[in-house]
Structure formats: structure tokens, C-alpha cells
Ligand binder design. Structure first.
Ligand code: HEM
Length: 434
């Protein structure tokens, strides 16, 4: 099947209709609170298809695994398309430098450069190293939950879900927690790079005014901040992650300064919004299925399984982009060199061919084979940490608030590259709901 013939697939009215619904969501994730029926429809009709936005979309599990592990599908090339538009010739050199540094990180590199950086970073994130953070994470989570005090109702997203990863990463990396509001600002900037990147091609929704300027400003500030922090901390011999990475840079050519600063930005940002949404999406799924909340309350040892099920059922990182470096066959379709492929991991994780009754949320499912952390060389380096934070947070919340209810029945999501709630109001007793 050639790419053109597949394009012709869009002439099939059923596929065209399913594609239109799906692409409206991909272009603006705030447009619906439930994309899963859209994913299911397109997966049934055309699990690999070239969508009307011009890129290939993969929605079944088997092809998603193949795509994420395929050496000819490059994350580096995709990242360049996502972010290069933010800094073009004529833009301030500080902006270009900041973008270069972001593009120099493991997430945005292919092997062999990827392998060198990954070996360094992953030393700090082995499951054994993460186990040592359990106690500290428990103390942090308990303190944050205590902060809710006697309030009958609160916003679980801003009061608990965000503060947990903020405090954990600050602690572990040795960066000042007091600056977390700044991180949020930069995250918006970098997130917007990814979210609006297709707008420059002129085939997606128009870019809201000021987006580019705001994104540039936040990336520039992020670079400046971490650059200054590194300069201040040089020569110290701490054991936190920041000190270890500085030592790796000072040891010689293992890490350049551009890579070091980019890595710090990546580590602070990559695990921030994602982990916050693991906790928030988890609480939402559990409270929508009150039997599961009760089960977790009665059996706290199920928290690890609950985290896996949340990641499968409604994971924070919706899809991962790639660009073909050469022509390849994917799910019976020919992908030409230079074409873009979006692997929708949240769709793959609901594929009935892999997960029986995929739309049922069941914390006892006992299947951690989801793709929420991707697979292949870019498999999330922070997965063990995210799992630990999610497990402790969900366990402690179910333990401390057996009678927790949703404070709303409508849910809105950000226009973003992920699956990010705007707010999660909860109330502590059924009486408070009246
Ligand atoms: C629930 C929370 C998280 C989710 C869902 C998540 C998801 C992902 C995914 C899907 C990728 C691969 C992207 C791709 O294949 O293109 C990734 C990579 C990465 N994640 Fe996470 N992540 C989470 C938490 C974290 C945390 C806590 C950290 C560290 C503090 C982290 C650091 C990274 C890094 C550094 C990479 C790049 C790895 C590489 O390219 O080799 N993530 N993450």
C-alpha cells in the first residue's frame, strides 16, 4: 500500500468521519473530555492511517510497540520539528541557545548520542536508587495531605497532585522548591512548543496570539535559571542529582554545559506535569468507580496495581511523535522518509486485542504491559520514581479520605500535548455535596 493509496483511504466516508472527529481532538485536546471512543472508532477502521493533518496516526497496541522500537523512526527529528519553529534566524541568541539545550537532551536525541547521555542519567534512577527515596516520598506526601487541614472541599489538582512531584524532584535534585512557580511557567512554554508546532505548517488550528513570544520567553528563562544554578553550585560535593551531574560535566567531555543545563530542565519538567496528572487522573478514575476507591482503602497493598491501571486507562502522556529517517513498512503501510508518525499510546492501551474489556477500570487487573512510559530506547527514565510517587499518593489518599467524592460532574482538559485536567474539585463527605 502506498502513502497515496492510504490517503485515498480518507475517501472512505466512515474513515473520513472517524478521522475528522479524532483530528479535531488531536488539534485541541480541550475539545472533549473523553477521546477514548474516538480512538476506538479509528482503531477499528484504520489502526494505522494518514490523518487529515498530514501525519500518520497509530492506535493499535502491536503497531505502537513496533513503531516505538523502530530504529528508522526518530524522536530527534520529531523534536526538531516540534521546537525549531520557536527560534528562527533573527531571534535573540539566548532563545536559540535555550532551544539548542532542550534539543540536546536524551528525550530529543537518537542513538548513539542518546546512549551516552542515557547511561549517565539512568545511574541516578535505578529501581534500587528509587527505593531509597520511598521514606522521603512518604514524608513529603503526608505533609502535603496534612496541608489540606479540615477543609471540607479542595482542589486535588493544585493542592496535592502538583505539589507532590514538585517537592520530590526539588528534594532529590537539590533545586530550590521555592522556585516551583517558575518551573510551571517554563513548562507552559515548552509544552506550547509541542502543542502548537503543527500550526506553523498552516494545516492545524491557528495559533493564538502571543503563544510564540511566551514560549520563547519561558524557554530562555529556564535556560538562564539552570545555567545560573549550575554556576552557583560548582565545586560543591553534594550527593543530590544536580551535584552528580555537575561532577559528570567537570569530569571531562561526558556532558557538555549545553547538555547539562538541558538535562536539568528536562528532569525538572518531564516528571512534573506527568506525575501530577498520574495522581489526578488516578483519583478521578477511582472516584468515578467508588467500588475501586473502597477496595484501595481496604487493601492499601493494591496501590501499585492501581498505578499501573491508571497509566493504562488514562495515562498522562497521550502520544509520542516520530519522523521516518528512511522508508519503512508499518502495519502494512509504507511510510516515506521524512513523514511524521504519532503513536497514540493512550489508544494502544485500550486495544481490546491486548487488554480484555479495555474500558473497564480494574485495579486488580495485574497487567503492567501498557505503553504509558513508551517502550524502546526512550522508555521513561523516571518510570520507577513516577510509580513510587503515584503509589504513595494514591495509597495515602485512599487511607486518609475513605469518604471522598467528586465535587463536579463535568471535567475540562487543557489544550496540551498530554492528558491534563484543568481542575479536580473534591469534597470529603457526601453531606458536603448537597
Ligand atoms: C507518570 C509520570 C510519567 C509519564 C507518564 C512519563 C512518560 C514518559 C514517556 C512516554 C517517555 C518517552 C517519550 C518517547 O518515547 O518519545 C518519557 C521519557 C522520559 N521521562 Fe518520563 N514520564 C513520567 C515521569 C517522569 C519522571 C518522574 C521523570 C524524572 C524525574 C521523567 C523523566 C523522563 C526522561 C528524562 C525521559 C527521556 C528518556 C529518554 O529519552 O531516554 N519522567 N517519559
Amino acid at each position: 500500500v502506498t502513502a497515496d493509496a492510504t490517503y485515498a483511504g480518507l475517501r472512505d466516508p466512515a474513515i473520513r468521519e472517524a478521522d475528522a472527529a479524532l483530528t479535531a481532538y488531536l488539534a485541541d485536546t480541550s475539545s472533549t473530555d473523553d477521546p477514548y471512543p474516538l480512538y476506538a472508532r479509528i482503531r477499528e477502521l484504520a489502526p494505522v492511517h494518514r490523518c487529515s493533518l498530514g501525519y500518520w496516526v497509530v492506535t493499535d497496541y502491536e503497531t505502537s510497540v513496533t513503531a516505538l522500537r523502530h530504529p528508522a523512526l526518530s524522536r530527534e527529528r520529531a523534536a526538531a520539528v516540534q521546537f525549531r519553529w520557536l527560534g528562527v534566524e533573527g531571534d535573540p541568541p539566548e532563545v536559540i541557545q535555550a532551544i539548542d539545550s532542550w534539543l540536546a537532551t536524551i528525550l530529543n536525541r537518537d542513538p548513539p548520542e542518546h546512549s551516552r547521555l542515557r547511561a549517565l542519567v539512568s545511574r541516578a534512577f535505578t529501581p534500587r536508587a528509587v527505593t531509597r527515596w520511598r521514606e522521603r516520598t512518604e514524608t513529603i506526601v503526608d505533609g502535603i495531605i496534612d496541608g489540606v487541614g479540615d477543609r471540607e472541599s479542595f482542589d486535588l489538582l493544585s493542592d496535592i497532585a502538583y505539589p507532590v512531584p514538585e517537592a520530590v524532584i526539588a528534594d532529590l535534585m537539590g533545586v530550590p522548591l521555592a522556585d516551583h512557580e517558575l518551573w510551571k511557567l517554563w513548562m507552559v512554554g515548552i509544552g506550547q512548543g509541542a502543542t502548537f508546532s503543527r500550526s506553523v505548517d498552516g494545516d492545524a488550528a491557528p495559533m493564538p496570539s502571543g503563544v510564540r513570544e511566551r514560549a520563547q520567553e519561558s524557554i530562555r528563562l529556564a535556560y538562564q535559571y539552570f545555567h545560573d544554578l549550575v554556576e552557583r553550585r560548582r565545586g560543591e560535593t553534594g550527593t543530590d542529582l544536580l551535584s552528580l551531574l555537575i561532577q559528570a560535566e567537570e569530569d571531562g567531555d561526558r556532558l557538555s554545559q549545553t547538555e547539562l543545563v538541558g538535562t536539568l530542565i528536562l528532569l525538572v519538567l518531564a516528571g512534573h506535569e506527568t506525575t501530577a496528572n498520574l495522581i489526578a487522573n488516578g483519583v478521578l478514575a477511582l472516584l468515578r468507580n467508588p467500588d475501586q476507591w473502597r477496595l484501595l482503602h481496604e487493601h492499601p497493598e493494591l496501590a501499585g496495581g492501581a498505578v499501573e491501571e491508571v497509566l493504562r486507562y488514562d495515562g498522562p502522556a497521550r502520544g509520542q511523535p516520530r519522523i521516518a529517517t528512511e522508508a519503512l513498512d508499518l502495519g502494512g503501510h509504507r511510510i516515506e522518509a521524512g513523514e511524521q508518525v504519532m503513536v497514540i499510546v493512550n489508544a494502544a492501551n485500550r486495544d481490546p486485542a491486548r487488554f480484555p474489556e479495555p474500558d473497564r477500570f480494574d485495579i486488580t487487573r495485574g497487567d503492567g504491559g501498557h505503553l504509558a512510559f513508551a517502550t524502546g530506547v526512550h522508555y521513561c527514565v523516571g518510570a520507577a520514581l513516577a510509580r513510587l510517587e503515584g503509589e504513595v499518593a494514591l495509597q495515602r489518599l485512599a487511607e486518609r479520605f475513605p469518604d471522598l467524592y467528586l465535587g463536579s460532574d463535568t471535567w475540562t482538559y487543557k489544550r496540551s500535548h498530554g492528558r491534563n485536567l484543568t481542575t479536580l474539585p473534591v469534597v470529603r463527605t457526601a453531606a458536603a455535596m448537597l
